[in-house]
Design a protein around this ligand. Sequence first.
Ligand SMILES: NC(=O)c1ccc[n+]([C@@H]2O[C@H](COP(=O)([O-])OP(=O)(O)OC[C@H]3O[C@@H](n4cnc5c(N)ncnc54)[C@H](O)[C@@H]3O)[C@@H](O)[C@H]2O)c1
Length: 374
Amino acid sequence: MKEIGVALIGYNFMGRAHSNAYRQVKPFFEPRLRPRLKVLCGRNAAAVAEAAGRLGFEESATDWREVIGRKDIGLVDICTPSDSHAEIAIAAARAGKAVLCEKPLANSVKDAQAMLQAAARANVVHMVCHNYRRAPAVMLARRIIEEGRLGRIHHYRGAYLQDWLVDPAFPLTWRLRKEVAGSGALGDLAAHSIDLARFLVGEITEVTAALETFVKERPLPGQPKKKGKVTVDDAAAAVVRFANGALGTIEATRMAPGRKNHNRFEINGSLGSVAFDLERLNELQVFFRSDPGDVQGFRTVLATEADHHAYVKAWWPPGHALGYEHTFVHTVYDLLEAIADHKVPRPSFADGLANQQVLAAMEKAARTKRWVQV
Ligand SMILES: NC(=O)c1ccc[n+]([C@@H]2O[C@H](COP(=O)([O-])OP(=O)(O)OC[C@H]3O[C@@H](n4cnc5c(N)ncnc54)[C@H](O)[C@@H]3O)[C@@H](O)[C@H]2O)c1
């Protein structure tokens, strides 16, 4: 059994999700290429050493630059805030390593282009982590659409709603600073809705949008009496047109009380509809106009059948539901198989770049109050 050494950079929220995925993928999916958790990279030596032990890494390091060139590293996994994605990914690609990068791919179209170019030139495998594609219910929605069972697609309605910023006392962390995060709810949440829109409906060609920052100043982290300026959006709302003629809306906010991780889409076609909500991620709502009139209605499909639903056969019997973390296991499994075949999986850096172009068009549309071509 072949192994690939993994260096993972950034070990808080996403770092934990990814390291868990490498651990789980081995016993459940038995990939041809087995991930070996070699080095966890952070910035604080004591903290990263403690985390490395807890998360199952052999070593820890405080400078990713000293790690990515190592012979025993084959895959560099970037779980840092988006201002460092481009520098790390380009260096890793030039060192000949496969790269998995968290979303949004970068903070600008220019950086995203440079990342794709570096990965393509070095002929390395690259992937951006839009993990929600790999929820079995989302894969089912894609299959229903691909098989034409919804007919011609008219509407995509995407909303990604959270509520953790509604308290004005929430501190000015990196996600509220443009120089680190690039944008607010837009790059953080709408990026996922854009990826799902591209995955399920197709390319977005034209957008118009509005951005809003409701709380303009927030307390500095660790200094509750001092305030700093919020330089990103709290909320984004966009209307989009697709190449295939469909019309869509995409809304993202971190100020919707009661909505915790409400990543929802509804797609309406000439023959029926599908709807998904991440807070009920094992389910897909399905409506077919061809059903007999007296029993027509949205049905709830529990996407946990090994014979019908992607990834499920590696896990549990029907109805033994999956969770958020499984979407990362599925992502990592497909990445490892792609590396074994030396093929670029989706979503690739090209998808990350396309996503970035939509984000940039939405920012421009909000600024100019016009429709913008992507
Ligand atoms: N796919 C998803 O569903 C999803 C969910 C949340 C976050 N994300 C993305 O994951 C990335 C990280 O987000 P998070 O929520 O884990 O952030 P976080 O703040 O929880 O963790 C970031 C980590 O990166 C470390 N770090 C920062 N700069 C570093 C450097 N130069 N070298 C080494 N370590 C460094 C920090 O110390 C911290 O441990 C972001 O791009 C974010 O958009 C994706």
